[in-house]
Ligand binder design. Structure first.
Ligand SMILES: [Zn+2]
Length: 619
């Protein structure tokens, strides 16, 4: 049976807490702390070119990290000019390689205002989500319904990376994703000057650094800034700068663009950080924002539902019950719900909105199990958990699966607050608030990826929301998290404090909103018993910045928990609750990146803590 003594449970809880604590504290400090390992240039430019890397020969380096077409007949460059030629060639190959792909692109932007105590803090926010078509030019189609489309779209294309002065800083989503390439069409010597600057390590990867300036007559919207080239195959791994020669009505953002070596031979664009704003005394520039753009879903099938013909799962039609009979009415109802659940999860995953089942789910499931065991909850089917790949803070459940967004997991300060989030959805399941049975009809899964938010939805009526909150609090109080609810309450308070400025981050797209009109409604009761919120108390971490906890693989959409060393908070400004920060991924070459198999192998530490307490569901 799944019954466990309370004292045993709390010990176990302690272990689980320790596991999460690794990522719990000061993820906020990533930007300030993450060193880029600057390496003093040890070689003069000429030397570097003569022996561009420690790479021994074309042969030795080619096995893992070089693309098949690149390795053929290419001797290592011996002059800086040859290096530049190779960089240009590799960039064109990347553009070609990515041209049939339509990755997801998400931009989350916070406009900033100066707080005398906390420094620049969010004033309001914007959210964009779409698929990017990399075929001929760069274009995108949005998952979110936009007002006044049409004209804006043409504007978007013309402006490249800009925003218009005319339209009062109307942000163009395409602008933020433009810098996945330095120059889509004209990345060559005719349009650019390449100046070698130095060598530098980015993470584990030794790079050659070049400054790029557009030639005089190169025209508007040319890249101006710095590029980092890994020194084995000469792929661009980072671009940092802006675009030059803005036309009269436009303005170009500054951007820092990172690529990851997720497949052999190619470094695919993954993150772009943009920031504008000058908060020095007397500064005139009124634009102040910071924005994170993420790309993922490169490996998604871009095609039609017909693609699925190659993908039929034979096991789904097999009936292995010993006495095959017609289902009883209740059994039929449950099977129907499971069919709907499977349909929805599969469709979301295909649209790039749901991460494949993996290690993060196991951590979430551990927390759910802890609540279930201590409340003696027995469900006909085990509760599963999955992660939405998107940033907005939301949860929903479909059938017996609880879905939590990446952004929400990011900002939760600890396991107690995670338990709070999960308990609400678990309560819906326990109370039988089933939504989504209409999706057992297959025709309802036939829509374009961009139509996902219009075709799927799992919002409960207010009465069910209230009932779920009540049940959730009840379950938490009987759970190992009963003594850990202060942090959950503090999280609610921090959210309440920031909610009016973060309406885009708090706009749920599939489930219920956590706030209504700037007021936290979900689990609000827990705030009553929590201590006072005090930004100046450095050991009180009520909420984390975005992006510090969950790492999303842009190629295959897998998620994992970031294993970063905590960094000490030294001032209230270090906390940055719910805020976006710059990216500083630790770059490594493909062979050094842990494969999915390796991360799965590492995971059981999380599940092992409960494995003996509970016959945990395996999936
Ligand atoms: Zn709910």
């Amino acid at each position: 049976m799944r019954r466990v003594g309370r004292d045993v449970m709390s010990n176990r809880n302690w272990i689980i807490l320790a596991l999460l604590a690794v990522t719990m504290t000061a993820v906020a400090q990533q930007p300030a702390s993450a060193p880029q390992n600057p390496q003093p240039a040890t070689a003069a430019p000429g030397q570097t070119a003569a022996q561009p890397s420690a790479a021994p020969s074309g042969q030795a380096q080619s096995d893992q990290s070089q693309s098949p077409q690149a390795q053929a007949n290419l001797a290592p460059p011996t002059t800086m000019d040859q290096v530049v030629d190779r960089v240009i060639m590799r960039e064109k190959e990347l553009i070609k390689f990515l041209s049939p792909r339509t990755p997801i692109v998400e931009t989350y932007l916070q406009n900033l205002t100066q707080d005398p105590q906390l420094g620049p803090i969010p004033q309001d926010d914007h959210y964009f989500l779409g698929r990017m078509d990399l075929s001929d030019s760069i274009d995108r189609s949005d998952y979110l319904q936009e007002k006044g489309k049409g004209e804006g779209e043409g504007m978007e294309k013309r402006l490249l990376g800009g925003l218009t002065k005319k339209f009062k800083f109307q942000y163009q989503p395409l602008g933020f994703s433009w810098m996945i390439f330095a120059d889509r069409n004209d990345f060559d010597r005719q349009h650019y000057n390449f100046h070698y600057a130095r060598r530098e390590f980015l993470g584990d990867v030794r790079c050659l650094v070049f400054d790029l300036t557009p030639k005089k007559d190169a025209g508007h919207g040319r890249f101006l800034g710095r590029i980092w080239i890994e020194d084995q195959d000469f792929n661009i791994v980072r671009l940092n700068g802006t675009y030059a020669h803005a036309s009269r009505n436009s303005y170009y953002y500054h951007m820092d663009s990172w690529r990851l070596n997720l497949i052999p031979g190619y470094w695919v664009p993954a993150y772009i950080y943009s920031e504008e704003g000058d908060f020095t005394a007397g500064a005139k520039n009124k634009i102040a924002f910071k924005a994170q753009t993420r790309m993922w879903g490169y490996n998604l099938k871009a095609g039609t539902p017909n693609d699925e013909l190659t993908n039929i799962r034979v096991d789904s039609v097999k009936d292995d019950t010993p006495t095959a009979q017609d289902a009883t009415p209740l059994a039929a109802e449950r099977e129907w719900q499971q069919q709907a659940e499977d349909n929805v999860l599969e469709r979301l995953e295909r649209a790039g909105l749901l991460a494949p089942a993996g290690d993060v789910d196991k951590i979430l499931q551990t927390v759910v199990n802890n609540i279930e065991i201590t409340n003696n909850i027995e469900l006909p089917r085990p509760v599963r958990t999955r992660v939405l790949t998107t940033s907005p803070l939301e949860t929903f459940s479909v059938g017996n699966t609880i879905v939590v967004s990446r952004g929400l997991i990011d900002v939760l300060p600890d396991e107690g607050s995670l338990a709070m989030v999960l308990s609400h959805e678990l309560a819906h399941i326990v109370l039988g608030h089933n939504l989504g049975s209409q999706f057992a009809f297959s025709d309802r899964m036939l829509f374009s990826d961009e139509g996902t938010y219009q075709n799927l939805g799992f919002k409960h009526i207010p009465e069910e929301e209230a009932a779920a909150d009540k049940k959730a609090v009840e379950m938490l109080k009987a759970s190992p998290y009963a003594q850990k609810l202060d942090s959950a309450g503090l999280f609610i308070k921090a959210l309440q404090k920031r909610a009016p400025q973060l309406s885009a981050l708090l706009q749920a797209h599939l489930g219920n909103n956590i706030t209504e009109n700037g007021t936290v409604t979900r689990m609000a009761q827990l705030a009553n018993s929590a201590p006072a919120l005090d930004w100046n108390k450095l050991d009180q971490i009520a909420a984390l910045p975005l992006g510090g906890r969950v790492k999303l693989n842009p190629w295959d959409d897998r998620v994992e928990i970031v294993k970063a060393q905590p960094v000490a908070i030294t001032s209230a400004r270090d906390k940055m609750p719910f805020e976006v920060t710059p990216f500083f991924p630790r770059l490594s070459r493909y062979s050094a990146v842990s494969t999915p198999a390796a991360t799965t192998a590492a995971a059981p530490t999380a599940t092992a803590t409960t494995a003996d307490a509970n016959p945990a569901p395996t999936n």
